[in-house]
Design a protein around this ligand. Structure first.
Ligand code: ZN
Ligand code: ZN
Length: 141
């Protein structure tokens, strides 16, 4: 699985003469271990616990930079942009109760049959969002 790794980011920033600040490091550390597709605000909250005064701009700039470098992917869900350290092609499971977004491995979903798509649209990949209840919300029922 291709996942964001701080080591790789460090090497990359060095080779491009970019500065790796403690705040940036904390953002990457948090993201690489996150499995819940955090929003920029959630990243900001987490990093602020360690480095109070981290600005929203720092978080947004770092996330944008990581995205441009292909180290994180954006996931759009319920009007929010979430950040995904898993850059491998995969699907998602969204809990309809708590809104949690979990990864679903690519091979869990087989072929899909696409009916009557215009010829002008050439499909290269497909991403599926499965919806239901997560483990926690099933327990609470
Ligand atoms: Zn849930
Ligand atoms: Zn994901």
């Amino acid at each position: 699985m291709a996942r964001l790794q701080r080591q790789i980011v460090e090497t990359m920033t060095q080779s491009r003469g970019l500065k790796m600040t403690p705040q940036r490091r904390a953002i990457i550390d948090y993201l690489q271990s996150a499995h819940d597709h955090p929003t920029a605000d959630e990243v900001l909250q987490m990093v602020n616990r360690k480095f109070p005064m981290t600005s929203r701009a720092t978080v947004y700039n770092t996330l944008n930079w990581l995205k441009q470098e292909g180290m994180v992917k954006e996931v759009f869900e319920a009007g929010c942009v979430r950040y995904d350290p898993n850059t491998e092609h995969h699907h998602h499971f969204v809990c309809r109760k708590c809104g949690k977004v979990e990864d679903v491995e690519r091979n869990v979903i087989g072929k899909v049959k696409i009916c009557s798509l215009p010829e002008s649209q050439k499909v290269e990949v497909f991403e599926v969002t499965l919806r239901g209840l997560c483990a926690n919300c099933q327990k609470k029922r």
